[in-house]
Design a protein around this ligand. Structure first.
Ligand code: ARG
Length: 582
């Protein structure tokens, strides 16, 4: 159990000793630090239960607090707010406990198995900013949930099944009509048949084919037919499609690697295909499929809806299945293969209607038990300076690679040539750029849109990734320089800043819990900034390594080590890598 929770329980005992029972007492951090470090506001509530003036109750509690010996500067404000300050000795003891055992600064939860669907890159299409957000937020949420005791399985859920693939294969057919894949008389093994297409080619082919299909109805129809052939495992088409997926997947893996994003499962929409027959059976047997102009649909409207809720398109009139249906099949697959307690989808908020439809259709036939949570964790867009979703200069979708490059151009300028030699410059510029991008991406509440501003993201001052990296590296360097000095307990504080740092450290478990509850990393990104800037203030006010009071120096170094460890823990949770130097 965390120290902060223990402290709340201690307080609960003190209140009980004063003669009052209160459930779930929670000490509040004080807004007026001159009055106290914490505030206890429960006298007001107790007044109602005990029919007594809150001030009298507060006085009873303060009396016990005074006798206790661990507290100081006890006072009552207003009608009965109790201000409480921990004695330095006690605060130091609590911090020392955390230094000795990191698990004392975390509250684990009961284990639950979560499947986290994130990343969601599409085969044969370049990754774009939307995929960046899903990968960043998803990876960090996964790490946070694991840190707090959940069992999380991340699935990349590649888009490898829909019409885009039909378009790509069609366009390849147009360009290389003689390939054995399109030769019906070919009897050999497709394994050995070369596909003369690189990932770069694919990134050019898809937009070309997509545009063409918008102007050319016959072309679109042909693509539909090919999609159908792929989905029905037709020889040749199915095989070329598998090759395309492989080429693309290799490239996608590289990008995710660079982002420090790792999936336990690399499944795609197509992997759920083997569950489509069973899914059909379930839906047919429960009579929820309706025919509509040759297509099959599921009505998902509910009486309480006050915005339009169109039916879910289950199967198109040409026989192909929709994105909704592969998501339904995937739910079935996940239940059978993983049996999770919850499935989370970290996907652009603009897909919320899609997920409403899918979840409702899933609940209709109990694809998963009611106890199994289905949750869309939506996020806002990264916008350009014009406030609109970020685009390239010619109006296209900005690829993730181009985006990283833009930030890298900024971080490169800020690398200190005295600490980083020429040979490592590029590597460091990249690590810092990715950190800058990730931190900026995780800084606002996930649902909020934000503006892409590489100059600001790369700044060495302010709420930025580089500021945190720089400060953390400096803490490490201090600890290295002081490695022969004594470290291990906190017994003394000199300034209010150090006490602030200590109190901020104690709040970590609360911040982690809040972040997981809200499925957003913004509390963590704010917290790490706050802790780091408090630390930097302390760092600039004191000369730690030449301090003559050895007891104070030990306290300072121990405090530094705790802050450094928390920074490393949190940066790692955010999947941000820290370079050796920068
Ligand atoms: N590939 C999709 C896209 O790019 C995202 C997939 C999200 N996950 C899901 N199960 N639908 O929009």
């Amino acid at each position: 159990m965390s120290i902060i929770k223990e402290l709340n329980e201690e307080m609960q005992k003190i209140v009980a000793k004063a003669g009052y029972e209160i459930e779930n007492l929670v000490l509040q951090p004080s807004g007026r630090r001159d009055l106290g470090q914490f505030q206890l506001n429960d006298a007001m509530t107790l007044a109602k239960t005990y029919h007594k003036a809150p001030r009298m109750i507060a006085e009873d509690i303060v009396k016990v607090l005074e006798e206790d010996g661990r507290f100081t500067n006890l006072n009552i404000a207003g009608p009965g707010f109790i201000n409480i300050t921990l004695k330095d000795e006690y605060l130091g003891k609590l911090l020392t406990e955390i230094y000795l055992d990191k698990s004392k600064n975390i509250d684990k939860r009961e284990k639950r198995k979560i499947i986290l669907d994130y990343g969601g890159a599409n085969v044969a299409k370049a990754l774009h900013v939307g995929h960046l957000r899903s990968a960043n937020i998803g990876e960090a949420l996964k790490r946070l949930a694991i840190l707090l005791g959940y069992d999380v399985v991340g699935d990349a859920h590649l888009g490898d099944y829909g019409r885009p693939l039909g378009l790509v294969v069609l366009e390849i057919k147009k360009r290389f009509p003689d390939l054995a894949y399109f030769d019906e008389s070919y009897q050999g093994d497709y394994h050995d048949v070369n596909l003369p297409v690189t990932n770069e080619d694919l990134e050019e082919i898809y937009p070309y084919a997509s545009n063409k299909s918008k102007e050319d109805e016959a072309y679109l129809e042909e693509a539909r037919e090919i999609t159908f052939k792929i989905q029905n495992h037709e020889r040749g088409y199915y095989d070329i499609w598998k090759k395309v997926v492989e080429i693309s997947k290799n490239d996608i893996k590289k990008v995710y690697d660079e982002l420090n994003v790792n999936f336990e499962l690399w499944l795609g929409e197509s992997d759920a295909a083997e569950y489509l027959d069973e899914l059909d059976e379930i839906y047919k047997n429960s009579n929820v499929l309706t025919e509509s102009e040759g297509a099959e649909i599921i009505e998902v409207k509910e009486e309480s809806d006050n915005s339009p809720m169109p039916p879910l398109l289950y199967r198109r009139s040409n026989g192909t299945v929709s994105y909704e249906t592969t998501d339904l099949a995937t739910i079935l697959q996940r239940r059978k293969e993983e049996n999770p307690d919850e499935i989370w989808y970290c996907v652009d908020a603009r897909q919320s209607l899609h997920f409403d439809q899918v979840f409702r259709a899933a609940r209709k036939v109990k694809l998963v038990e009611d106890r199994v949570g289905l949750e869309h964790i939506g996020f806002g867009t990264m916008n350009g300076k014009d406030g609109k979703p970020f685009k390239t200069r010619d109006g296209g979708v900005m690829s993730l690679k181009a985006l990283i490059e833009q930030v890298e151009n900024e971080t490169r300028k800020r690398i200190n040539p005295e600490t980083v030699d020429e040979e490592h410059k590029e590597e460091v510029a990249k690590t810092v750029a990715i950190a800058a991008l990730k931190y900026a991406d995780l800084l606002p509440f996930r649902g909020t849109d934000y503006i892409f501003d590489p100059e600001k993201f790369a700044d060495l001052e302010g709420k930025t990734g580089p500021y945190l990296l720089y400060s953390t590296i400096r803490m490490k360097s201090l600890l290295t320089k002081g490695q022969n000095l004594e470290l291990g307990k906190i017994t003394k504080f000199k300034t209010e800043t150090e006490r602030d740092i200590a109190l901020t450290i104690l709040r970590l478990p609360i911040v982690l819990n809040k972040a997981l509850d809200s499925r957003s990393l913004n509390d963590i990104t704010e917290y790490i900034y706050k802790l780091t800037s408090l630390y930097n203030k302390f760092y600039s006010e004191n000369k730690i390594l030449i301090e003559e009071d050895k007891e104070l120096q030990t306290s300072w170094l121990t405090l530094t080590k705790i802050v450094y460890d928390i920074n490393m823990l949190l940066l790692n949770t955010l999947a941000i890598k820290v370079p050796e130097k920068m």
